[in-house]
Design a binder for this molecule. Structure first.
Ligand code: PLP
Length: 431
């Protein structure tokens, strides 16, 4: 049993002060039960909580910490930036350097604007697409998450041709009407939605590899089909690469699959752990953005000097060490294959999906290609597995509907430790 006394106390205090005790809902462990672990510090692959327990981190702050925690290359850059003040609200050289690096690594991006989060990036991208096309509607996929802007909080499950229903209180039906949702990997449903709304869809936005219903890969031809449809219909194709950008390849999922979207949203890795997002794309589209164009978007802290220092250092390190991608992919393939094998040996015909350095163990048999597949998972068993892994020092995402993110700090020895914990925890979860 873990000693979580201090975490328990801090959580009780936090609940009186912060809604649910957390500043982002998934941290509250609602879907797995129990008390969230309060963290104290981290280095490399290891997290240390406020009670002194240590865990190998397979979340990595939901993606940004691709080099593990507190990598010297990023910390040194932040330290060097620190004495020069924390914000200017005026342009700086590093903003252009980061923009240039993003443009170099993601060739479909010809111009880019920095913001402070993935949510802001996606929110701005659809505004720009609407301004560019003069159309109102957007199409998204059930189970894809694009942050918490109103337009994206639309119920999964609403039919392609019906109007969206808000997924959160506070989102108006007026907003929901302009968001169409269809199942992921279902090209005919997309075509039907486009045909039913002729000349009205400004953008199709998707995670080119989904991390937010667990890890789901695009099926053969899906991304190509979307690209062709968008080109034919004058719809702006937006790849949300907030998770996949600079992770699945230096140029993200679009490089891996060889598809150029019209716009791309980014976040997480480009801030090295500090708050940053970005949206970019074709120059003619990005030139719609103020002050050159008529689409307004702004930010007091956008292009923050510490965040750009951290992001630049991390991206440069990735760009200069392309072998890191092969290492990450090999480690993750070992983890995914090993997890699948352990489950099978225990008579559990569970599904493991992997793309690059992201993977998920789904507590269901059969393929998981869209949200309805993912929803078949045995969630109580997952909750028991999660806690059994935590007790063995393995920190997983506290929800079945999340991907795991592998960092370069995961050594062969830690993979073995994970396998050992995985076998014992699967047994424990199914007792
Ligand atoms: N898009 C994707 C694909 C995400 O995974 C997330 C967050 O996890 C977001 C957008 C929103 O980013 P943020 O949490 O930085 O607002």
């Amino acid at each position: 049993m873990l000693n979580q006394t201090t975490s328990d106390t801090l959580f009780t205090q936090a609940q009186a002060l912060i809604p649910g005790g957390v500043n982002s809902p998934v941290r509250a462990f609602r879907s797995v039960g129990g008390t969230p672990v309060f963290m104290q510090s981290a280095a490399g692959a290891w997290l240390t909580d406020v009670d002194g327990n240590r865990y190998v981190d397979f979340i990595n702050s939901w993606g940004p910490m691709i080099l593990g925690h507190a990598p010297a290359v990023v910390l040194d850059a932040v330290r060097a930036a620190l004495p020069h003040s924390l914000s200017f609200g005026a342009p700086t050289r590093r903003e252009s350097e980061l923009a240039e690096l993003i443009i170099e690594m993601v060739p479909s991006v010809e111009k880019v604007r920095l913001v402070n989060s993935g949510t802001e990036a996606c929110m701005a991208a659809i505004r720009v697409a609407r301004g560019y096309t003069g159309r109102a509607k957007i199409l998204k996929f059930e189970g894809c998450y694009h942050g918490h802007a109103d337009a994206f909080l639309i119920a999964a499950g609403s039919g392609a041709l019906t109007l969206g229903t808000p997924d959160s209180a506070g989102v108006t039906h007026g907003v929901a009407q302009d968001t169409l949702t269809v199942p992921y990997n279902d090209l005919p449903a997309v075509a039907a939605a486009v045909a039913a709304n002729p000349g009205q869809i400004a953008a199709i936005i998707l995670e080119p590899v989904v991390g937010n219903m667990g890890l789901v890969a695009p099926q053969q031809g899906f991304l190509q089909g979307l690209r062709a449809l968008c080109t034919a219909q004058g719809i702006v194709l937006i790849f949300d690469e907030v998770m996949t950008g600079f992770r699945l390849a230096p140029g993200g999922a679009q490089e891996l699959f060889g598809i150029a979207p019209d716009m791309t949203t980014l976040g997480k890795i480009i801030g090295g752990g500090l708050p940053v997002g970005a949206y970019g794309g074709r120059a003619d589209i990005m030139n719609q953005v103020a002050p050159v164009g008529k689409v307004y978007q702004a930010g007091t802290l956008s292009g923050n000097p510490l965040a750009t220092a951290a992001g630049l250092a991390q991206l440069r390190h990735l760009q200069n060490n392309p072998a890191l991608y092969a290492q990450l992919n090999a480690t993750t393939t070992r983890l995914a294959d090993g997890t699948r094998q352990i489950a099978q040996e225990l008579g559990l015909n569970y599904t493991v999906n992997q793309v690059g350095s992201m993977f998920s163990l789904f507590f269901t048999s059969g393929p998981v290609n869209h949200l309805e597949d993912a929803k078949r998972c045995d969630l109580p068993a997952f909750g028991r597995y999660f806690h059994a892994m935590l007790a063995r020092g393995i920190y997983l995402a506290p929800s079945q509907f999340e991907a795991l993110f592998v960092s370069t700090a995961i050594s062969d020895e830690l993979v073995e430790m994970y396998f050992h914990a995985c076998r014992e925890s699967l047994v424990e979860a199914h007792r």
